[in-house]
Design a protein around this ligand. Structure first.
Ligand code: NAD
Length: 315
């Protein structure tokens, strides 16, 4: 059984957009990292990017500038996967999103990694469990999905498959926490997991609106940044509906000829959201007025911050 305290060396395969920055996160947390790629050029570029990422983090006091060389010294780059896989109890593939390539990497994991090693994949859109089921023991396989740029975004998704062992899942949760990330563990596998699934709906609507000439790119971005963009960090997408009122959500759905059993169920129990003190969330003893005041103070802080930051102008 692998102990989180023993996990002080990891292997990251693929040193591209994601891999270089994931390697950096582990190194920042004091772990030793083998970063493997097929391209020497990519590895050289990865180290340059990590150096400049760290300098920006130092500018924002997220990293001690005196520690940059120490952090870099914990990252060893190589093109030799067989050698790099030795003694690693956690390996993560972040190679290009090509199924055959992922299979090929997992065949190498099967060949070179110890039987105890956790075999993680950063794939965004593939069913890694289906893809590698004949290659490795699925008890040790897990989705560990990072968000760009990993050295800044606080969360990671942890996606156990049906056969992933509890031990593997717990270890990946602990490892995520050890490197300062918030692990969000899905209850079951579904393609795109949580964040990309929601992002995909937004993207589909955005492309549809542009294709139909309803709004320009600039109008869509301005509309989103000045509405959802202010609210989302405070209430997310679920609690937002508690503020809308679940009875209202239900009416909108029924006018469209649809229904949402989760919402119908809540409305039946008079769990309408903030106005009845309970919806998807429970608001305890707080009155509606107190909840709204709390939200509004947060929204006003957020608004002031964003106005000062960019005033919603494009980058
Ligand atoms: P990328 O193309 O930037 O990097 C992939 C790297 O893999 C390249 O450096 C390439 O040289 C290397 N590679 C290819 N074949 C290899 C092999 N046989 N052995 C070792 N290295 C090899 O891709 P990326 O954007 O970093 O994406 C990597 C993975 O992360 C994908 O599965 C993707 O779905 C996932 N992901 C990407 C993002 C994102 O925003 N780009 C976000 C989350 C997850």
């Amino acid at each position: 059984m692998v102990n989180i305290e023993d996990l002080d060396e990891v292997l990251i395969v693929g040193a591209g957009t994601m891999g270089h920055s994931i390697a950096q996160v582990f190194a920042q947390a004091g772990l030793h990292v083998e970063l493997v790629d097929i391209s020497q050029e990519k590895l050289k570029h990865a180290l340059e990017l990590i150096q400049s990422n760290l300098e920006i983090l130092a500018e924002f006091k997220r990293v001690d500038a005196n520690q940059i060389s120490n952090i870099l010294s914990r990252i060893h780059v190589s093109t030799d996967l067989a050698q790099a896989a030795k003694n690693k109890l956690y390996v993560l593939e972040a190679v290009s999103e090509v199924p055959e390539l992922k299979e090929q990497i997992f065949k190498k994991f099967a060949q070179y990694c110890s039987d105890e090693a956790i075999l993680a994949s950063n794939t965004s859109s593939l069913d890694i469990f289906k893809l590698v089921k004949r290659i490795v023991n699925l008890e040790r396989v897990i989705g560990h999905h990072w968000f760009a740029p990993p050295h800044i975004i606080p969360s990671v998704e942890v996606i156990p498959g049906r056969k992933t062992s509890q031990e593997t899942t717990e270890l990946v949760i602990s490892l995520s926490e050890k490197v300062g990330k918030i692990p969000i563990v899905t209850k079951k596998f579904t393609p795109s997991y949580i964040v990309n699934k929601i992002q995909e709906s937004i993207s589909a609507s955005m492309y549809e609106l542009m294709a139909r000439g309803v709004a320009t790119a600039e109008q869509i971005d301005l509309a989103i940044k000045t509405t959802l963009g202010i609210r989302l960090p405070i209430v997310g997408v679920v609690q937002l509906h508690d503020f809308t009122g679940l009875d209202v959500v239900q009416s909108i759905q029924s006018e469209k000829g649809g229904s949402l059993p989760i919402v119908d169920n809540k409305v039946e129990k008079n769990h309408l959201g903030v106005k009845t003190g309970r919806g998807f969330y429970e608001y305890g003893e707080l009155t509606e007025k107190e909840i709204l005041n709390k939200r509004d103070r947060l929204l006003l802080q957020q608004l002031e911050f964003l106005e000062n930051l960019t005033n919603f102008r494009p980058i």
